[in-house]
Design a protein. Structure first.
Length: 95
């Protein structure tokens, strides 16, 4: 039998998770609460909350992809693709 245990519970979102991605030491999740949360890993089973998006999308975020260690692009049911700067917390519309 496989021994399974919970190693961390992420509690930043207020609704269901829609996507999970990692990039280097960053771990991110999007949610139907219209936000993306970023954590930094530092060692085994250690996560530090970095930032949560606000004000970008008006509908559920369906998915996202890291473009670099400080930017990601997110697609939403509001028919927009936005680029989010993780360091500043600002959104840019992708044309």
């Amino acid at each position: 039998m496989i021994n399974r245990q919970v190693i961390h519970i992420f509690t930043q979102h207020t609704n269901r998770i829609t996507c999970l991605q990692s990039y280097g030491d960053l771990f991110a999740s999007s949610s139907s609460d219209r936000s993306i949360c970023i954590w930094r890993t530092s060692g085994t089973n250690t996560y530090t909350f970095v930032r949560k998006t606000s004000g970008g999308h008006n509908e559920i975020i369906n998915g996202f992809v890291f473009l670099s260690s400080n930017e990601l692009m997110a697609a939403s049911s509001d028919d927009k693709a936005l680029i989010w700067n993780i360091n500043t917390g600002t959104w840019t519309l992708y044309d």
